[in-house]
Write a protein that binds this ligand. Structure first.
Ligand SMILES: [Zn+2]
Length: 126
């Protein structure tokens, strides 16, 4: 498990991992180019999309359906579903998205509750 610099509980990411990747792509305006890739477990079970993080004509970003993470062989960007949404929104809005913006994005589009609540004026992670 990758160490997070913030205290969002794993249960939050489990909820994100229940969302279909194609639904996320749809909202972000990303088209699945193909589902055929290489021979590794990662690439066999992947969606291929044009990388939102560098300009390209053919899809070189593989998003593993089973591992729920992505890797671009063009620019080297990689990460989780959360990272993908965050980086894509940053790209699309020229940098106006922080983690809080991404939590709100998942709440707005998929009804996933924010991972914290305000108690006695303090924000507590659930
Ligand atoms: Zn790329």
């Amino acid at each position: 498990m990758k160490k997070k610099t913030y205290e969002t509980p794993q249960s939050y990411f489990d909820k994100i991992n229940d969302i279909s990747l194609t639904a996320i792509f749809h909202i972000l305006g990303i088209k699945v180019e193909n589902t055929r890739g290489g021979k590794s477990d990662f690439s066999i079970h992947a969606y291929y999309v044009k990388c939102p993080f560098h300009r390209e004509k053919t899809a070189s970003l593989a998003f593993s359906r089973t591992r729920r993470c992505f890797s671009c062989r063009g620019c080297g960007q990689s990460g989780t579903v959360f990272d993908f949404v965050k980086y894509t929104l940053k790209e699309q809005t020229r940098g106006d998205y922080d983690n809080v913006g991404v939590y709100k994005w998942f709440k707005k589009h998929f009804g996933i509750p924010l991972p914290w609540e305000k108690r006695n004026g303090k924000f507590i992670y659930k």
